[in-house]
Design a protein around this ligand. Structure first.
Ligand code: CA
Length: 530
């Protein structure tokens, strides 16, 4: 038996309250090394009187990766307290006791020692990870507003190109707006989606609007607040929830705060709103970009001098951003916030963010943009979910890119699932393409039948699936900006057969959402032969 591979950690994804009363315990062991695992558990105060360690409860092997097996059991406790340890039996018929002090021979003097047991001192409901119930039944639709539909030519920015007249370059404008979304709510209702994730709509310079100038204004090229309010009300009437994109990691250089820093330098009242390394701070032009990051005197998003990073540890910045976060909920009744570059903002800020937004809307959905392991943000006091690229990458790598085998895909998916509590997996945000990636039909090299398989497979996984605008009618595109082409509205240009398939998939998913989110997956056969 490889005892070095045996792992558990209390108060984590290995030991968590699932419902009010049901507590789930996981154990990790080396793959194919362990025959059986039992849990010995009971109330911490009754171990000597009730001798509950004499009762062994078998754990179930739930999932495996290429290197580990995961075992699981659900227990309850009438006293809301729990003490527990594991009896592990190897394929080689050796056995051991595993608890809070490590691994010991499974002997009477070990299993009767109270301090050798892991503890959950109390089942605190307030600390239990919960997600808004509606998320489990939601199929999202992501809209990149500049490219979805142009419903109002009067608000088109200067130099707007004719709709769909060319493949987009970084600086192009095509005139998409909120009226365009309003005009196509029937289309979205017909497709069956019940959540819209909007890329940023606040006032900004670029076509993608990730360089906010004013977080309190709708970009004039998209419409105004009255139209936005109508749009949200109309969507709500149709049972469609609305999620906005919050770009809180950085601001645009045209924001009044940054402009003040440029003007007043060290004397600016906003100098501590950013991470400025030295003065003077230069104003950059697209034609005059610094050669290396070291030449930029302040921290930025990536190496983009047009996006100075905000200092979210500064209480003034915190208040400013939290007021924005609550304003759009109070005044516009939005249902979710997607947080851009969430991993580069500090945890202290996100904890405050969660408190502020859930206080006024307890079932708001908080979704972080994180592409890697995200346990630190998913403990129950920051986000409900992350954009689950790490999970769906395994699916894409197998089906579309053919980079990995079926068993490697299953291993990758299971590895991701075991990083999180079950509730996290049930409410996470699954996507195959977005404004930041190539479209799935393109990744499938135009093979529509393959794309259908990938979509169907993703829709049957835990988490709420998201369709990137236009993917449902067969739109293609490489990495951005190519994946941000104008939506095709001419019926004869749309793939209506594919639309019908996706529509059925959305409907099926909504019918099965409870089974999918709360059930469990068993991989019966994983065959690597082509
Ligand atoms: Ca327009």
């Amino acid at each position: 038996m490889d005892t070095a591979a045996i792992y558990h950690r209390p108060e984590s994804e290995y030991a968590f309250l699932y419902t009010n009363t049901r507590f789930r315990i996981r154990l990790r062991t080396r793959k194919n090394d362990i025959k059986k695992v039992y849990v010995l558990c009971g109330d911490p105060y009754t171990i000597t009187t009730e001798k509950w360690y004499q009762k062994q409860r078998p754990m179930k092997k739930c999932l495996s990766t290429n290197v580990h097996d995961y075992w699981e059991i659900e227990v309850t406790s009438e006293t809301s307290r729990l003490q527990y340890a594991f009896h592990v039996v190897g394929e080689d018929n050796t056995d051991c006791f595993y608890g809070d002090q490590g691994i010991f021979p499974y002997r009477e003097n070990v299993i009767t020692e109270p301090n050798f047991y892991f503890r959950i001192p109390y089942f605190h409901q307030i600390d239990r990870f919960t997600i808004p119930e509606w998320v489990k039944e939601t199929v999202w639709y992501q809209i990149f507003p500049e490219r979805f539909a142009n419903g109002d030519k009067a608000n088109d920015p200067e130099h707007t190109l004719p709709w769909g007249s060319k493949d987009p370059d970084r600086e192009d404008f095509f005139g998409g707006d909120l009226q365009g979304v309003m005009d196509h709510l029937d289309y979205l209702t017909d497709l069956g989606i019940n959540g819209i994730y909007f890329c940023p709509i606040f006032k900004a310079t670029s076509n993608h609007k990730y360089d906010t100038i004013d977080y309190y204004e709708v970009d004039p090229a998209f419409g105004d607040k009255k139209l936005l309010k109508n749009l949200i009300d109309e969507a709500h009437k149709r049972g469609i929830r609305i999620m906005f994109d919050a770009v809180f990691n950085h601001m645009g250089v045209h924001s009044p705060q940054w402009q003040d820093v440029l003007k007043n330098g060290e004397k600016s009242i906003y100098k501590d709103w950013f991470h400025i390394r030295f003065f003077p701070v230069d104003s950059y032009q697209m034609t005059d970009l610094p050669e290396t990051a070291e030449n930029i005197p302040y921290d930025t998003f990536a190496f983009t001098p047009f996006m100075p990073k905000l200092n979210t540890a500064n209480p003034e910045v915190q208040k400013y951003l939290l007021d924005i976060a609550t304003y759009w909920i109070k005044e516009f009744d939005i249902d979710g916030w997607r947080l851009d570059v969430a991993n580069e903002v500090d945890h202290h800020f996100w904890k405050k963010f969660r408190e502020a937004v859930t206080e006024i809307k307890p079932d708001i959905y908080i979704l972080g943009e994180i592409w890697h392991s995200s346990q630190a943000w998913l403990q129950g006091d920051e986000f409900h979910a992350v954009m689950n690229y790490a999970f769906t990458d395994s699916i894409k790598d197998y089906f579309a890119k053919k980079k990995i085998t079926a068993s490697q895909m299953v291993s990758g998916m299971n590895h991701q699932q075991m990083l999180y509590r079950d509730q996290v997996n049930e409410g996470t945000f699954n996507l195959l393409d977005s404004h930041d990636t190539a479209r799935i039909l393109t990744l499938c090299q135009g093979n529509k039948e393959l794309m259908k398989s990938v979509m169907a497979f993703m829709f049957l996984q835990k988490g709420s699936p998201c369709i990137y605008y236009g993917t449902e009618i067969g739109m293609t595109g490489e990495d951005d900006p190519d994946c941000r082409k104008c939506m095709i509205w001419e019926k004869e240009e749309q793939d209506l057969e594919l639309f019908g398939f996706i529509k059925e998939l959305v409907s099926l998913r909504k019918q099965l959402s409870k089974i999918i989110s709360e059930g469990s997956t068993q991989w019966l056969i994983v065959n690597d032969r082509e």
